[in-house]
Design a protein around this ligand. Structure first.
Ligand code: IPE
Ligand code: IPE
Ligand code: MG
Length: 237
């Protein structure tokens, strides 16, 4: 694939672990465990391809509504992932950023997230954003509040608030907009992911469930992106 047509920022809604487990007559937790295998492979491939930023939706603010047993399994996997992968990610110069409210996480998980960010913050490789306890609306509310606080302190005037300052107040500050959004499992919705950042994203909805999303499927999505005609409201010359 030509480098010029590679997306700078890929976002993925990793969906279908539950259905995968059901298909295989396994417990849901095992579906999520298989999902982590896919996640490892996709992170590695993105890093090898030289993609600048990869944002993965791991746990939404709405996912707390699930069965406590499932939430607990997900929290366990999260901790396991950060413990077992952090060395390799750091060696590969991956820079980890958490999108979402870390303070709303259980203490052990919160600490692991903070440590992962701290340890990899100077790394110049793939910018890996993991959305945990994340909601797009909550992110926008938080940004509005941060800007209002700055205005109340007299640091900025209301007329200083523009698209640039608003994006600087988001979890994704400093990152390019999402170029390609992939959601597996055939669902065609955003489920509150990166609402502001996806304004001009291209969308791909492969039918495959997340545990079955392999490198071929990833390349198909990237190839489809490369064939898209992006106009950003303008007209082609
Ligand atoms: C996505 O898989 C993983 C998380 C939400 C954490 P799901 O668990 O949503 O899988 P389905 O949609 O039930 O198949
Ligand atoms: C979105 O998937 C959240 C993650 C993949 C982490 P969901 O499975 O929670 O979304 P809905 O409920 O189908 O919209
Ligand atoms: Mg789902």
């Amino acid at each position: 694939m030509k480098n010029a047509s590679l997306p700078r920022h890929v976002a993925i809604i990793m969906d279908g672990n539950g259905r995968w487990a059901k298909q295989h007559k396994l417990q849901i937790a095992l579906g999520h465990r298989r999902g982590v295998e896919t996640l490892r492979a996709i992170i590695r491939e993105s890093s090898d391809l030289g993609i600048e930023a990869l944002s993965l939706y791991a746990f939404s603010t709405e996912n707390w509504r699930r069965d406590p047993q499932e939430v607990e399994a997900l929290m366990g996997l999260l901790l396991e992932f950060f413990t077992s992968e952090i060395d390799e990610l750091d060696q590969n110069r991956v820079c980890i950023r958490i999108l979402g409210d870390k303070d709303g996480m259980p203490e052990r998980q919160r600490q692991a997230l903070v440590q992962a960010e701290e340890r990899t913050k100077e790394n110049g490789g793939l910018k890996l954003n993991i959305a945990i306890n994340y909601g797009g609306r909550a992110e926008l509310v938080r940004a509005a509040r941060l800007l209002a606080e700055q205005a109340a302190r007299g640091e900025i005037a209301p007329e200083d608030i523009n698209e640039e300052t608003l994006s600087q107040a988001l979890y994704t500050h400093g990152l390019p907009d999402v170029d390609l959004l992939i959601r597996t499992s055939g669902e065609m919705r955003l489920s509150n992911f990166l609402l502001y950042q996806c304004a001009y994203a291209e969308f791909e909805f492969p039918a495959v469930l997340w545990p079955d999303f392999d490198l071929n499927a990833y390349h198909e999505a990237l190839d489809a992106f490369a064939r898209r005609d992006r106009r950003f409201g303008g007209r082609k010359a």
